[in-house]
Design a protein around this ligand. Structure first.
Ligand code: SAH
Ligand code: ZN
Ligand code: ZN
Ligand code: ZN
Ligand code: ZN
Length: 513
């Protein structure tokens, strides 16, 4: 095996850039769990510390776990701040007011009423992102409303709803059909009977569709997602309104129990968790959450199974490999490139500009996972796993070392394989881009992760801007069609006040270098 540090410096830098976020903020987990964090509308807040030039400032503060942008959730409290009774009461009122207008139960009742309606009366308000019952039509008369909502459409909510495009909170990047189908087929081939979908609404719906169409592969699925709009389409046992950055169930204990029962069914046999978190999110709080879900699954195990792990697919960019493996040492990264529908950069083939940097991290043994040869993967008999066609086996590293799907070159001085664009620098004693400034800024570029320049001088910035412009144009066209603003109190899309300006923001700063 190659050393685990193989070729990862640039990626670590890229990742540390994203961890800091543009505001230079890191999350801290207090050593004393008895100190409970104050609550925002999205559940317990996280404790953050500002970091400037590698140094932590001493004063720490609580902020929203889900919304990285103050405009979406403006919760702020210094760690040592004492709040008056009045302010605490006001906060509680605010938190309550921000909760969805309907309970889970009420949503289910609405859905049941809705599917009883004749086709001609089944309407969906695109502006409010809401299924309408006849007595509500009047209120949406001025809105763009779709009619004749078929059962097929109801079963594909990810196609009915527009993807949320908020950069820092719940950016939604939906799987391209072939990636989604690949995942469903893989899960079924691996023999899983239950899938806990954490932030994967499109996968959830495809599993449900496949199950209803084919009684043989009756895989069950439970979706946990912060996007409340999905609660209109699912029963209580297949959707929970959930925040994956703090393991918060918005509908309290009842929802937690749904999740627990799902994980613990059949003594926990046959279940897998699949997650595709927003990439702008922080890895550590996600890892903490996933460990809580793992613990929940473990509680349902009989004693002799205690060495077993909950199978997990964590879908995330390849340059987070070291970070993810730090929290989950048993995880491996697969070469499979996950493609997205609404991401101009990460789409496959002609329309997509680049190869997708998004991979699957998993504790399912790699030799059990067959990647499609027709999509450009091959089996490496030496590594005993499927790899990208261009990922060549390096006899010195004794492994297929490429992380990004291109052919990497072995450097005898570094004793490892490096990106094809790198050359060995005798001053830095390591490989780097030609033309880098030796011992240059350690933090690297936020856009491409290279060490020799900052974001403002990144050679990729033009392409990144161009791509963004293309996406923006496409969006504007769409948004001109349906001007959506959040209507207080009755709207389903309360989780994200999708301001027009926001929509123009891009969710991924990452580009492959
Ligand atoms: N590729 C997936 C979607 C991934 S996009 C698919 O096609 O199914 C990220 C998903 O995570 C979105 O559905 C978004 O609503 C959800 N999400 C974002 N922030 C979240 C949070 N704090 N808690 C739970 N889910 C969140
Ligand atoms: Zn919040
Ligand atoms: Zn409306
Ligand atoms: Zn090598
Ligand atoms: Zn080198």
């Amino acid at each position: 095996m190659a050393s685990p540090r193989d070729g990862l410096e640039a990626e670590e830098t890229e990742e540390s850039a994203s961890r800091r976020g543009s505001s230079g903020v890191e999350v801290v987990f207090p050593s004393d769990p008895a100190v409970s964090a104050p609550l925002c509308p999205h559940g317990p807040t996280l404790l953050f510390v500002k970091v400037s030039q590698g140094k932590e400032e001493t004063r720490r503060f609580y902020a929203c776990s889900a919304c990285r942008d103050r405009k979406d959730c403006n919760f702020f409290q210094w760690e040592d701040e004492k709040l008056s009774e009045a302010r605490l009461a006001a906060r509680e009122t605010h938190n309550r007011r921000c909760q969805p207008p309907l309970s889970r139960r009420q949503c289910v009742e609405r859905y049941l009423k809705f599917i009883e309606l004749p086709l001609s009366q089944r309407k969906f308000c695109q502006r409010c992102q809401q299924l309408l019952l006849p007595d509500e039509w009047g209120r949406h008369r001025e809105h763009q409303v779709m009619g004749d909502i078929s059962i097929t459409q109801l079963r594909r909510p990810s196609q009915l709803l527009y993807p949320l495009e908020n950069k820092k909170a719940n950016a939604q990047y939906l799987f391209a059909d072939r990636s989604c189908q690949f995942l469903v087929d893989l899960l079924s081939t691996l023999g899983f009977r239950r899938v806990l979908c954490v932030g994967t609404p499109r996968l959830h719906e495809l599993i449900m569709l496949t199950a209803s169409g084919d009684k043989k592969s009756n895989i069950k699925s439970l979706l946990l997602d912060i996007d409340f709009r999905y609660s209109q389409f699912y029963m209580e046992d297949s959707f929970c309104h959930y925040n994956m950055f703090n393991h918060h169930f918005f509908d309290g204990k009842a929802a937690l129990e749904v999740c627990r029962a799902f994980l613990q069914e059949d003594e926990g046999e046959g279940v897998i968790m699949v997650t595709d978190p927003p990439f702008g999110g922080l890895v550590e709080p996600l890892a903490v959450t996933f460990k809580k879900l793992i613990a929940m699954w473990k509680e349902g195990q009989s004693q002799d199974n205690s060495h077993k792990e909950l199978p997990i697919f964590w879908i995330f960019p390849y340059f987070f490999e070291s970070r993810i493996c730090q929290f989950f040492p048993s995880f491996c990264m697969l070469d499979y490139q996950v493609d997205y529908d609404n991401h101009a950069l990460y789409k496959h083939g002609k329309t997509g500009r680049k190869q997708s940097p998004v991979r699957i991290f998993t504790n399912v043994p790699r030799n059990k996972i067959i990647l499609p040869t027709e999509e450009g993967y091959r089996f490496c008999p030496l590594c005993q796993r499927y790899v990208s066609l261009e990922n060549q086996h390096c006899e010195h590293c004794n492994s297929c070392t490429s992380k990004d799907g291109r052919k990497w070159n072995h450097c005898f001085l570094c004793k490892k394989c490096v990106k094809p664009s790198w050359i060995h620098c005798s001053i830095c004693s390591r490989c780097a881009l030609p033309g880098h400034s030796c011992e240059g800024p350690k933090d690297g570029c936020f856009i491409c992760g290279e060490l020799d320049h900052k974001r403002s001088t990144c050679p990729n910035i033009a392409t990144s801007k161009r791509a963004n412009r293309a996406v923006r144009k496409q969006k504007q066209r769409k948004s001109n069609k349906m001007k959506m603003e959040t209507t207080k109190g009755q709207s389903m899309n309360h989780t994200s006040v999708t301001r027009k300006k926001k929509r123009r923001e891009r969710a991924h700063q990452y580009l492959c270098s």
